[in-house]
Structure formats: structure tokens, C-alpha cells
Design a protein around this ligand. Structure first.
Ligand code: ZN
Length: 92
């Protein structure tokens, strides 16, 4: 994978860095940490390589789906059972 690419917004050279991506859906949130992404040092535009973007999207969609099922199957008195999930790899 190339380590540099031009920014689509301002044409500065983007750098491959780690970033956190925040997702929010129907009252749940997910933060995906240490995502490898091209980041523009000038305007802050982020670009995630295609395959990785798809993988992250699939993972988060599955997570939201499971979380929703837990919530709808939980007794009303206990709702919301939880509001977010934080998932970490112990040793990166
Ligand atoms: Zn830029």
C-alpha cells in the first residue's frame, strides 16, 4: 500500500496515520480506534482505503444489529440495557 496520496479537497499530500472513527445509529455508538487512514495535514480530510472501509462498515453494522436485538429483547423496565459498546484489541 502506498504511504501517500493527494488530498481530493486541497491537493496537499495526505499522510497515512491512525485515527478514530465514530459511528452513531439509533441511540448506539461505536468508536473504531487506530484505523489506518490517509489524513490531510492541511484541511483534515480523511480517506480510508477501500477494503478497510468495507470491513469496518460490515463490522459496525453487525455490532449495531446485535445491540438492537439485545435492546428489543430486554424487559422494558430495564431499557435501555446499555447505550454503547467499546471494543478493544488488548495488544495492538
Ligand atoms: Zn486537504
Amino acid at each position: 500500500m502506498k504511504k501517500q496520496k493527494p488530498c481530493p479537497e486541497c491537493h496537499s499530500t495526505m499522510e497515512l496515520k491512525k485515527t478514530t472513527i465514530h459511528f452513531e445509529r439509533e441511540g448506539f455508538y461505536a468508536d473504531v480506534e487506530n484505523v489506518s487512514a490517509f489524513i490531510c495535514p492541511k484541511c483534515g480530510t480523511r480517506s480510508i482505503p477501500g477494503n478497510l472501509a468495507v470491513n469496518i462498515s460490515n463490522t459496525v453494522e453487525a455490532l449495531f444489529k446485535s445491540a438492537k436485538e439485545v435492546r428489543t429483547s430486554t424487559e422494558k423496565d430495564l431499557a435501555p440495557a446499555f447505550s454503547g459498546i467499546s471494543f478493544h484489541i488488548a495488544r495492538a
